[in-house]
Design a protein around this ligand. Structure first.
Ligand code: OOG
Ligand code: NI
Length: 268
C-alpha cells in the first residue's frame, strides 16, 4: 500500500532529521512513551513564486501521488501565499506549501532571488528526488544576510532549498498526551525551546485546530565562502477537532500559520 508515498515521506524524514537534532530527540522521547508509531499530521515546504520552482511545481509531486488541493492562505505582511494538499487516506500526512511573492518585494531582493532561482535546472524540478534536493544555487553568507534583512522566509528558503521545513506530530494519535499544553510542558521539562510568538498554544477548539512548535535548531551550514550557524528546521504538534459532520477538520488556520512561520526566524 502507498509504496511511492512511503518512499517519499521516508526520504523527506531522513533529510529533515539530519539537520534537526531536536526533532530526532523528541521523536525518540515520544516513541518511548507510546505503543504505536508516531503519526504525522502534516509537513511543510517553502519556495519562491518564480519559474521553475513555483508552488504548483512542488504540488505536482503530491498530485501525482493522489493528493487533492485543499485550502488557500494569504499572508500579506510576510508576502506569502500558501495552499494545503490532502490525500483521500486521512492517515497520510497533509502537505502545506507556501511561496514568497517575489514581485511584491524590493528590487534588490527580486534581483538576488531571480539570480538564485535561474541556476535551477528545470528538469531537476520534476525529478523524483526534488523535494529533498536542498538548494540548487550558489549562495554566499553575505547574500544570505542581506536577504535576512528583508525577509526571514527568503533567507531560509535560499539557504535550505527543497526539503521539509517541519514535520508535525498528530496529537490526536497519541496515547500519552492529549493536549497541546501537555506536549509543551513535556518539551519544556526536557529543555526544548518553544515558539512563543502569538502564544505557546496557537489556535483554539473553535477554530478546530490547536498547534505548537519548537524553535528551529541552529546548525552549521556551508555557504560558498564560509560555514555559518543558521536556523534549520523545527518540529510541530497539532490537535484537530471534529466538525459538525463528525469528521476531523483537515484545513489550516492562517492566523496560527502566520506565527508558525516564525519558528525559523534567526532573531528568535
Ligand atoms: C509553514 C508555517 C505554517 C502550519 O501548520 O500552519 C504551518 C512554514 O513554516 O513553512 O506549518
Ligand atoms: Ni505546520
Amino acid at each position: 500500500m502507498h509504496n511511492d508515498l512511503n518512499a517519499l515521506f521516508s526520504r523527506l524524514w531522513q533529510s529533515y532529521r539530519r539537520v534537526t537534532p531536536s526533532a530526532e530527540r523528541i521523536h525518540q522521547l515520544l516513541g518511548e512513551r507510546e505503543s504505536h508509531p508516531i503519526v504525522n499530521d502534516h509537513i511543510a515546504l517553502r519556495t519562491f513564486n518564480l519559474a521553475p520552482v513555483r508552488l504548483d511545481k512542488l504540488a505536482g509531486h503530491f498530485l501525482k501521488l493522489g493528493y487533492q488541493p485543499g485550502g488557500e492562505y494569504h499572508f500579506e505582511a510576510k508576502k506569502l501565499y500558501a495552499r494545503h494538499y490532502e490525500h483521500p487516506d486521512p492517515d497520510v500526512p497533509k502537505v502545506f506549501i507556501s511561496e514568497l511573492l517575489v514581485d511584491q518585494c524590493s528590487v534588490q531582493l527580486q534581483a538576488i532571488v531571480s539570480g538564485l532561482v535561474a541556476q535551477t535546472n528545470p528538469g531537476a524540478v520534476d525529478a523524483d528526488d526534488f523535494l529533498t534536493s536542498g538548494r540548487h544555487w550558489k549562495l554566499d553568507y553575505g547574500t544570505y544576510r542581506s536577504l535576512l534583512e528583508e525577509s526571514e522566509y527568503a533567507a531560509w528558503t535560499a539557504a535550505w532549498g527543497y526539503r521539509a521545513n517541519h514535520f508535525t506530530v498528530s496529537i490526536n494519535h497519541l496515547e500519552s498526551i492529549k493536549t497541546v499544553a501537555q506536549i509543551n510542558q513535556l518539551l519544556k521539562d526536557h529543555g526544548f525551546a518553544i515558539n512563543t510568538s502569538g502564544g505557546e498554544v496557537k489556535g483554539s477548539p473553535q477554530e478546530l485546530l490547536e498547534q505548537s512548535s519548537t524553535l528551529a535548531d541552529r546548525v552549521a551550514l556551508e555557504f560558498t565562502d564560509q560555514v555559518a550557524t543558521v536556523p534549520s528546521c523545527f518540529y510541530e504538534f497539532a490537535l484537530r477537532y471534529r466538525k459538525p459532520d463528525g469528521n476531523l477538520y483537515s484545513g489550516f488556520v492562517a492566523a496560527s500559520a502566520d506565527k508558525i512561520f516564525e519558528s525559523t526566524h534567526a532573531s528568535n
